[in-house]
Design a protein around this ligand. Sequence first.
Ligand SMILES: C[S@@+](CC[C@H](N)C(=O)[O-])C[C@H]1O[C@@H](n2cnc3c(N)ncnc32)[C@H](O)[C@@H]1O
Length: 278
Amino acid sequence: MNCTSLSTDSLSFVCALVRGRSAMELAPDKAYLIESRLAAVAKKNGFANNEELVHGVRGSPRSDLVRHVVEAMTINETSFFRDMHPFEALRKTIIPELRARRSDRRQLNIWSAACSSGQELYSIAMLLREYFPDLLGWELNLLGTDLSREVVYRAQRGRFSQIEVNRGLPAPLLLKYFERAGVHWDIVPEVRRMVRFQELNLIDNWTGMPSMDVVLLRNVLIYFSGETKKRILARVRRLMTPHTVLFLGGAETPSNVDPSLEQVQANNSIFYRLNRSS
Ligand SMILES: C[S@@+](CC[C@H](N)C(=O)[O-])C[C@H]1O[C@@H](n2cnc3c(N)ncnc32)[C@H](O)[C@@H]1O
């Protein structure tokens, strides 16, 4: 396949398209990466090269092709129990506190925003089963959302490769909560039934979202401009009560962006709560 370099104009068009549809800021020095991802979309959709693909996208701005191009630019890196410490904090501090606070209502709402293929939310579901079996009688709303239809579909399916289950998942949990499916591993139905995945673009309107007890918004704000981070955090804040816990990725901080969130440290993890004085 001929993957010739895109013209500067086409490259700028793709960057603007992706920014407009997802808020992701593609670094101009990553042209090679953009081109190689476009090449895969071009090949799959029968275009001779990237320039023709861009031509096709320009000609049908509402088509599925646009979605394919935007989704191809997402970085879906994730793993089970990623960074470990947030899950320690959930197990040792946050869930026990929420269990005490919510015992009258017997309901927990947990949102993994930008969940990629779902490992983060499945990790929480397994953690609840392992350490808080009493909560299985509660109304547990474990919601995972992502912009990318492809990863949402993968998350819903709950099928993982050997490489994926080798990353971060303790062997006893693999044996207990997964079933072999040829070269893959399927999450068992009891765990899959605990979670729900759907498409959601963080820059779109998400009306109707209930208030949350835990929000995980990890490793996605890094792709956005300061202004977009600020807007998204302001909307996440509206779903937070004084006891809600917000996790961001290790490289992300709301300081200078949102002073109404205060940092809390527990179990070697950092998370955020509403600033009581705000
Ligand atoms: C690096 S993954 C992070 C996955 C997971 N949160 C974690 O930390 O392991 C980033 C995810 O953000 C999603 N994403 C990018 N822009 C988005 C947007 N505007 N709305 C929702 N999800 C978005 C991508 O599709 C990708 O799956």
